[in-house]
Design a binder for this molecule. Structure first.
Ligand code: DX5
Ligand code: ZN
Length: 218
C-alpha cells in the first residue's frame, strides 16, 4: 500500500492565531501544510496571499502545499516560491497556458501540481502528465471550506490513478474529506488527503492529533 499523506488546510485555522495553528497541526502529525490562496475572481472568496504565508513559514519544517485558486496565476508563481512554497498547484481552468505555468513553477525549483474542478474531466491533464509532481482532484467547487464531498469524485480518482500509471505523481483530493469517507477515497486511488474543517473545526489544538489519525487510519 502506498503511504497516505494528510494535508490540513489552514483556511479553517483561527487566523488570529495562525502561527500557533500551524505549529499545532505540525505537532499533531500533519504531513503537508495545505495553503489555500483565493483571489475573489477565480473563486468567489478571498483568503490571504504570499506575505501571510511567508509570515508563518518559519513555524514549521513541514512542506508547504500551496493551492493557488487565482487568475491570472503566472505573475504570482515567483512570489509564492520565494515565500516558501514546496509544491505549487495551479488550476487547469485558471488560464490558457497550463503547460507554461507548470514550467514556470519547475523553473523556480518547486514541485508542480495541476488541479481540476468538479466539472473538468481528468483528460484535461492528459498532455501535462509528464510535467507534474501532483495531480489534484477537487471534490467540492473551490472557494470555501466545510462543503460536502461530491461523490462523482471517486470515479475521477480512479481515472486519475490510471492516467498516472507508474509515474511518481502524488494524487491529492481536496474538499469535504472526513474520517467517514477517507477509506473510500484512498481505495479510489488518492494518497494525499486535504482536510480543512475535519481537522480544524472548533479550533481546539487538543483535538487535532486524534482527527488526523482518524483520517489516516480510515
Ligand atoms: C476549497 C479549498 C479546500 C478547503 C478544504 O476551496 O481548496 O482546501 O479549504 O476544506 P474542507 O476540508 O473543510 O472541505
Ligand atoms: Zn485547497
Amino acid at each position: 500500500a502506498r503511504p497516505i499523506l494528510i494535508a490540513p488546510s489552514i483556511l479553517s485555522a483561527d487566523f488570529a492565531r495562525l502561527g500557533e495553528e500551524v505549529r499545532a497541526i505540525d505537532a499533531a502529525g500533519a504531513d503537508f501544510i495545505h495553503v489555500d490562496v483565493m483571489d475573489g475572481h477565480f473563486v468567489p472568496n478571498i483568503s490571504f496571499g504570499a506575505a501571510v504565508m511567508q509570515a508563518v513559514r518559519k513555524e514549521t519544517q513541514k512542506p508547504f502545499d500551496v493551492h493557488l485558486m487565482i487568475a491570472p496565476v503566472d505573475p504570482y508563481v515567483a512570489a509564492f516560491a520565494k515565500a516558501g512554497a514546496d509544491l505549487i498547484t495551479v488550476h487547469a481552468e485558471a488560464g490558457p497556458h497550463l503547460h507554461r505555468t507548470l514550467q514556470t513553477i519547475r523553473a523556480e525549483g518547486k514541485k508542480a501540481g495541476a488541479a481540476i474542478n468538479p466539472a473538468t474531466p481528468v483528460s484535461a491533464l492528459e498532455h501535462v502528465i509528464d510535467d507534474i509532481d501532483l495531480l489534484l482532484i477537487m471534490s467540492v467547487n473551490p472557494g470555501f471550506g466545510g462543503q460536502k464531498f461530491i461523490p462523482q469524485t471517486f470515479e475521477k480518482l480512479r481515472q486519475a490513478r490510471h492516467l498516472i500509471g507508474g509515474r511518481p505523481i502524488l494524487l491529492e483530493v481536496d474538499g469535504g474529506v472526513t474520517a467517514e469517507n477517507a477509506g473510500d477515497i484512498i481505495t479510489a486511488g488518492a494518497n494525499v488527503l486535504v482536510a480543512g474543517s475535519s481537522v480544524y473545526a472548533g479550533n481546539d489544538a487538543r483535538t487535532y492529533a486524534g482527527r488526523i489519525a482518524a483520517i489516516r487510519t480510515a
